[in-house]
Design a protein around this ligand. Structure first.
Ligand code: BG6
Length: 460
């Protein structure tokens, strides 16, 4: 039963921002690919009917990716709508009715985590949880204790195998394919460890600000928004041991081990920044100390990685939008008198383009005594046919494949690491929009050899 495809999708938060930006476009794409044939029941409290939901869906796909008339028409016919309060049993009776003969619905909670509890409870009471899966959006809690409480709530009505905690970064093909690249190419294996790797840095830079999400962001900050989830997943893919099999359990077992080996962060490991102007954004407190930038250093105390510093940097209003990893190797010994040799490195760019590059020392053209770094690069833009992350994770959840979802123990371990530096355990430094964060990020938490700043688009 648990492996069968879901026979209905109920999504709570149907009139919200996430539905508008991501979910309707993903649903249209699923229909277009022939992956979605089941009723899609939107739930919200907006005083709407199904016609308003259809109009909103049409608008959403037009704005985000484009309307495909044939696919949208099919999606439109699959759409249903239930209007009501998430705490009112009548809402769930109406959902039950809309579900008709469905045996294995998937309930997608695209709603604030404070509502997970009441919704899950009502799902159980109304019988809607029977045979069902539940898909929950991030943020999954706001610290370790709240994540544990959420897990207790969900596990009160659902089995872990039927809970899908979304981290849409895992649905990004290049993130998942880091594992393929590592374990399909044996040339990587000999140097992928503490003997040769000097440091690892992960940068997730965003050129834009908080895009009208002030109220959300001011409760959240960069560590909770993208580090504890998205960037720790990237880190786990970089650092994990080869799984014994490629099923979801084996892969997720190895990821949890990476996090288990990471000591909690100390204030000295973290520099937080806030872009100038953040406090004037709508929904943001005038004296907010919430970070819009963070640079941090952590250790993975495992046999493979002990002593290698890992750095993570993320922020809003930085000079470019780009997510990139640089793995620097130890400097080579030299027999070439007078030459300064740089570290070899591997550079993986996850977005906006997908790049794999290896940096090596070569003799600088026209010079006999100078070395320079040349890159061997493989790069491509994501193809138009490629699945968007949301399409992939929703499809996988409805099929019951948990590989691209965060498991209970993983989420709690991730919170354990960042818990001590959440809130204002460390100062927040102001930085100018369009720069690489506060200067303290360069002086206090900086990889040997410095941060690699991805250049503006169009240049490598
Ligand atoms: C979201 C964060 O989870 O991920 C946003 O809330 C961030 O702040 C976004 O911008 C980045 O994801 P993507 O897919 O747009 O790179």
């Amino acid at each position: 039963m648990s492996d069968a495809h879901s026979d209905a999708l109920v999504f709570f938060g149907a009139t919200g921002d996430l539905a508008y930006k991501k979910i309707f476009p993903a649903l249209q794409a699923m229909v277009k690919r022939g992956h979605l044939h089941v009723p899609v029941i939107g739930v919200a409290k907006a005083g709407w009917g199904v016609d308003e939901l259809r109009a909103r869906a049409r608008d959403s796909v037009k704005q985000h990716g484009g309307l495909d008339a044939a696919a949208f028409d099919k999606l439109s016919r699959l759409l249903r709508y239930v209007d009501g309060d998430y705490r009112d049993p009548a809402t769930f009776q109406a959902i039950r009715q809309q579900l008709g003969s469905a045996q294995r619905p998937a309930h997608y909670l695209a709603i604030p985590p404070t509502l997970f509890g009441p919704v899950v409870e009502q799902l159980a009471r109304s019988g809607c949880a029977k045979g069902a899966r539940v898909i929950v959006e991030k943020p999954f809690g706001s610290d370790r204790a709240s994540a544990q409480a959420l897990n207790r709530t969900l596990l009160g009505s659902f089995d872990e195998r039927t809970i899908f905690r979304i981290d849409h970064y895992l649905g990004k093909r290049p993130v998942h394919h880091m594992l393929f690249f590592r374990f399909a190419n044996p040339f990587m294996a000999p140097f992928w460890n503490r003997n040769d790797v000097e440091s690892v840095q992960i940068t997730m830079a965003e050129e834009f600000g908080i895009q009208g999400r002030g109220a959300f962001y001011d409760e959240t900050g960069t560590v909770r928004d993208v580090v504890q989830n998205h960037l720790f997943q990237v880190l786990s893919n970089l650092a994990m041991e080869p799984p014994v099999k490629t099923d979801s359990q084996s892969i997720r077992d190895e990821k949890v081990k990476v996090l288990e080996a990471i000591p909690v962060l100390a204030p000295d490991d973290v520099v937080r920044g806030q872009f100038r102007g953040y406090r004037s954004e709508k929904g943001v407190a005038a004296d907010s100390k919430v970070e819009t930038f963070v640079a941090l250093r952590l250790q993975i105390d495992s046999w493979r990685w002990q002593g290698v510093p890992f750095y993570i940097r993320a922020g809003k209003c930085l000079p470019v939008t780009c997510t990139e990893i640089v793995v620097r190797l130890r400097r080579p010994p030299t027999i070439f008198q007078g030459f300064h040799l740089d570290s070899n490195y591997c550079r993986f760019r996850i977005s906006p383009d997908v790049t794999l590059a290896i940096g090596a020392n070569v003799i600088a053209p026209g010079q006999e005594t100078r070395s320079q770094t040349a890159e061997m690069v493989g790069s491509r833009l994501p193809g138009a046919e490629e699945m968007d992350a949301y399409e992939r994770v929703l499809g996988d959840a409805m099929e019951g494949d948990s590989t691209l979802f965060a498991r209970e123990d993983y989420v709690e371990e991730a919170w354990r690491i960042v818990d001590p530096v959440l809130k204002d355990a460390t100062p927040v430094y102001e930085y100018e929009p369009g720069t690489w964060g506060p200067k303290e990020g360069d002086s206090k938490v900086s990889p040997p050899g410095g941060w690699h700043n991805p250049p503006p688009l169009g240049r490598t």
